[in-house]
Design a protein around this ligand. Structure first.
Ligand code: 13P
Ligand code: SF4
Length: 328
C-alpha cells in the first residue's frame, strides 16, 4: 500500500472511532476502500447490516440507492454517502409518475416470453394496467419507487421473494435481465420493465465463448444482471456475495467472474490458492469507483453528504424493505 493511502487510512480509523461511525462498502468498491470498511457485502447483506448495526453514523461507500436504503431502515442514524454523484443509472430508468427518455432497442433480448413495458411508461401506468398485481422492486431503485412497491428484492433473493407471494402474477422492476432470470426460475407470471445495468448488459455470448476457450477448466459464475443469453451459458448464477460463497466452498480451482471487477479483490484475498479471471476486463461501474479514501475522510470530517429520505416516502418504502428482510 502507498504511504499516502496508509496515512489516509490512519486518519479515517481515528475519526471513525471518535464519531462512532461505521463504514459499509459494497463488493464493487475500490480495493483500499473495501480494506478500510467495517463491513463489505452485497446489497442484501448491506441492507440487513444497515438495519441492525449499532452506531451514530453510517458512511456508505456505494451508490445513492444503497445510502437511501440505510436511511429508510435506520432513520435515527446519520447516513453519509461518500460521493454525491455516485448514482446507479439503472435506478434512474424507472420513475413513479414521469416517463424516462425512450430507448428503442433491447440488445440480446429478441424473444422475451413475458411482456416488457417500454420506457415511456411510468410505474403508476403499470400499476393502473395491472390492478392488484404486487410490485416486486429491485433495491436498485429510488426511495419513491420503493414507496410505491409491495416488496423489495435483491439479486440474492428475487426468486424467494416472488415465491413468497400468494399472487400468481407479479410486476418485477426495473431490471429486465433479473426479471427474466426470475421468470425462468418460478412458475409465476412475471411482468418486466426494460431497465438494465450498463456494466452487465455489455457482456455477450461471444465474450462467454472467448473466456471459455481461454480458460477451459474454469467455472463460469454470472450475475443475474447479465443478459439472459449469457446467463444460459453460465455454470452458476448468483449475487456478488453468492459468488464469494460459491468460490470458497467449491473444490474447483479456476473461475471466470461475470460481474463488476471490484469483486475480484475479495475473491482473490479470501481464496489465495484459486485463480479468478474477469469475464470482461471492462466490467467496471464508474459510479462504484467514485469513492476513494479521500472521499471517506471528507465524509467523516465534513459530515457529507447527508442522505435523509422524507418521512412520507420513508414509511411506505420501509414497509417494502421490511417485507423483504423478513424473508429468510
Ligand atoms: P449485489 O451485490 O447485491 O449482487 O448487487 C450488484 C449490484 O449491481 C449492486 O449495484
Ligand atoms: Fe448500478 Fe450496475 Fe453500477 Fe450496480 S453495477 S450500481 S446496477 S450501474
Amino acid at each position: 500500500m502507498s504511504s499516502e493511502n496508509s496515512g489516509l487510512q490512519e486518519e479515517i480509523l481515528k475519526l471513525k472511532e471518535k464519531k462512532r461511525a461505521i463504514i459499509l462498502s459494497h463488493n464493487y468498491q475500490r480495493d483500499e476502500v473495501q480494506d478500510i470498511a467495517d463491513f463489505v457485502g452485497d446489497s442484501l447483506e448491506l441492507s440487513r447490516t444497515a438495519a441492525t448495526i449499532k452506531c451514530e453514523i453510517i458512511v456508505f461507500a456505494g451508490v445513492n440507492f444503497m445510502a437511501e436504503s440505510a436511511s429508510i431502515l435506520s432513520p435515527e442514524k446519520t447516513v453519509l454517502l461518500t460521493e454525491l454523484e455516485a448514482c446507479c443509472p439503472m435506478a434512474d430508468m424507472i420513475r413513479v409518475d414521469s416517463p424516462r427518455p425512450v430507448r428503442k432497442s433491447f440488445p440480446g433480448f429478441d424473444n422475451p416470453p413475458q411482456y416488457i413495458y417500454p420506457s415511456e411508461f411510468t410505474l403508476r401506468d403499470i400499476k393502473a394496467q395491472n390492478p392488484g398485481v404486487p410490485v416486486v422492486t429491485y433495491v436498485n431503485t429510488t426511495a419513491d419507487v420503493k414507496a410505491e412497491s409491495y416488496i423489495c428484492c435483491t439479486s440474492a433473493n428475487v426468486v424467494k421473494v416472488i415465491e413468497s407471494l400468494s399472487a400468481e402474477k407479479v410486476i418485477c422492476i426495473p431490471d429486465k435481465n433479473l426479471s427474466m432470470w426470475a421468470a425462468r426460475n418460478t412458475k409465476k407470471q412475471v411482468i418486466a420493465w426494460d431497465g438494465f445495468c450498463h456494466v452487465h448488459e455489455r457482456v455477450t455470448p461471444d465474450d462467454v465463448r472467448k473466456a471459455r476457450e481461454e480458460h477451459p477448466k474454469a467455472v463460469l459464475l454470472a450475475h443475474p444482471e447479465c443478459r439472459i443469453d449469457v446467463l444460459e451459458m453460465a455454470d452458476h448464477v448468483t449475487s456478488t456475495s453468492g459468488m464469494l460463497r460459491f468460490a470458497s466452498s467449491s473444490s474447483e480451482q479456476e473461475f471466470i467472474i461475470g460481474t463488476e471487477i471490484g469483486l475480484l479483490y475479495r475473491l482473490r484475498k479470501e481464496n489465495p490458492e484459486k485463480i479468478f479471471y474477469p469475464l470482461r476486463k471492462d466490467m467496471i461501474c464508474p459510479n462504484m469507483k467514485k469513492t476513494t479514501l479521500r472521499s471517506i475522510l471528507r465524509a467523516l470530517k465534513e459530515n457529507t453528504y447527508i442522505i435523509k429520505v422524507p418521512e412520507h416516502i420513508r414509511i411506505p418504502a420501509k414497509k417494502a424493505l421490511d417485507r423483504m428482510l423478513s424473508i429468510q
